[in-house]
Design a protein around this ligand. Structure first.
Ligand code: GLV
Ligand code: MN
Ligand code: MN
Length: 414
């Protein structure tokens, strides 16, 4: 086992690297790193150099995921997967994603430094899209890597009119449907996947715990809802004769909030709204909004989505506007694998920390990886439970605990 000072220095490097990566942004004053953006390309390039320095061979796959590989102590061994994502939301914090990539890298770097190899190879995966910010469709990176990418997504268009196909090409990838539908590994080639991630919620902090083991990850559905009314003059059209798309959207947004509040565990979010034509003296003629619905129970989530659709239809009828309801993403809830979950618990206990298990309301690449292999996740306490926000913060001491636990977990696996 490492000395506390060594661990502290390693954790400190992880924190410094998260800070460094936060400067690779598409926007000057805030961190925004969308899928296949130049900022992601820069982040990938610097992480690739860190991977090489940690003794890994490095490659990019067809969609632009970055993969570092550290060979086993023998030929033909299976591979264990670690990692997380390097894309971010808009105006993001520094740790959602990069922390998982960099803690994994720290463990491999440590093995390399000690010239130690495990009976299995390690791959550190830095996924190119977990957030779905650019194309409103999450997990593009892990879906391509596991061969469940839907090639119809290639024709999606981003806010600047760039298709996913073009974006992947510009990023240096290969938008070839066949390659994007081919899993990187056969099932029997891999042993499992473990992801370290900030908790993004307040539970660990409230219990004064540095880390926790994830039991399950909530499923999510994402929709685009377009409401088409009639644009017109703000000064001349009487209120009774209007078909204001934004007023209809407002009614729907509040209806979604009311429904979500009435069902324990349900969360519904409208995070993006575009109003056309968008002038202060023009009645809104068209609104596009995003809708994100989550619940751990798949049937309950499905039912809630149906209710939301019915409510949107009613509102549209009452207000004589048109409704277009489009499903963009549908991922079920998953349970983390008992075997790996228990190993993580043991690792935490053996490192001298209390065990605590909790579910994840946030989505993670582990959801997609679970279709191919066993998955586990280790959560790290974050300040105030704040995430998807620049105030996201973790303590260097907690990062040290996560590295310690991950190392022990890998040793137990071997
Ligand atoms: C990713 O952070 C998500 O849960 O949307
Ligand atoms: Mn996120
Ligand atoms: Mn994340």
């Amino acid at each position: 086992m490492k000395s506390t000072t060594q661990l502290g220095a390693i954790a400190h490097t992880v924190m410094e690297r998260c800070e460094m990566l936060s400067h690779y942004s598409e926007e000057p004053d805030r961190l925004t790193r969308r899928f296949a953006s130049p900022a992601l390309s820069q982040a990938n390039a610097v992480v690739a150099t860190w991977m090489q320095a940690a003794g890994m061979t490095v490659e990019h796959d067809a969609i632009g995921n970055l993969i570092g590989r550290y060979e086993a102590d023998k030929m033909g061994a299976q591979t264990f997967l670690l990692g997380s994502h390097l894309d971010t939301v808009r105006d993001a914090g520094k740790y959602d994603g990069p922390l998982g990539v960099l803690t994994a890298l720290a463990c491999v770097g440590r093995l390399h430094q000690q010239q130690q190899r495990l009976p299995f190879a390690l791959e550190v995966l830095a996924f190119a899209d977990e957030e779905g910010l650019r194309y409103h469709n999450a997990y593009l990176g892990s879906k391509a890597m596991t061969g469940v990418f839907d090639p119809r997504l290639l024709s999606l268009i981003d806010a600047d009119g760039i298709s996913m196909n073009e974006a992947i090409r510009a990023f240096g990838g290969t938008p070839d449907p066949q390659r994007l539908q081919t899993p990187r590994w056969r099932r029997d080639e891999i042993l499992g996947y473990c992801e370290v991630h900030i908790e993004q919620g307040p539970i660990l902090e409230s219990r004064n715990l540095p880390v926790g083991v994830v039991t399950a990850i909530s499923g999510q559905k994402r929709f685009t809802v377009d409401i088409v009314g009639q644009a017109g003059h703000a000064g001349t059209v009487p209120m009774t004769l209007r078909h204001d798309a934004l007023c209809a959207a407002a009614a729907f947004i509040l209806a979604a909030e009311t429904l979500a509040k009435s069902i324990p565990g349900l969360v519904a979010t409208i995070g993006q709204l575009s109003v056309q034509p968008g002038a202060s003296n023009v009645i809104p003629g068209q609104v596009s909004l995003s809708l994100d619905v989550r619940h751990q129970d798949d049937a309950l989530r499905e039912q809630a989505c149906q209710q939301l659709y019915e409510r949107a239809r009613q509102i549209s009828e009452e207000r004589k506007v048109h409704l277009h309801w489009q499903l963009l993403q549908d991922d079920p809830s998953i349970a983390c694998t008992t075997r790996l979950f228990q190993l993580l618990e043991r690792a935490i206990q053996e490192e001298g920390y209390p065990i605590y298990a909790l579910p994840s309301g946030a989505g993670h690449d582990a959801v997609v990886l679970s279709k191919l292999t066993d998955v586990a996740m280790l959560f790290v306490r974050c300040r105030g439970g704040i995430s998807h926000h620049p105030a996201e913060a973790v303590k260097v001491e907690d990062v040290a605990v996560a590295i310690q636990v991950l190392e022990r977990f890998l040793l137990q696996l071997s």
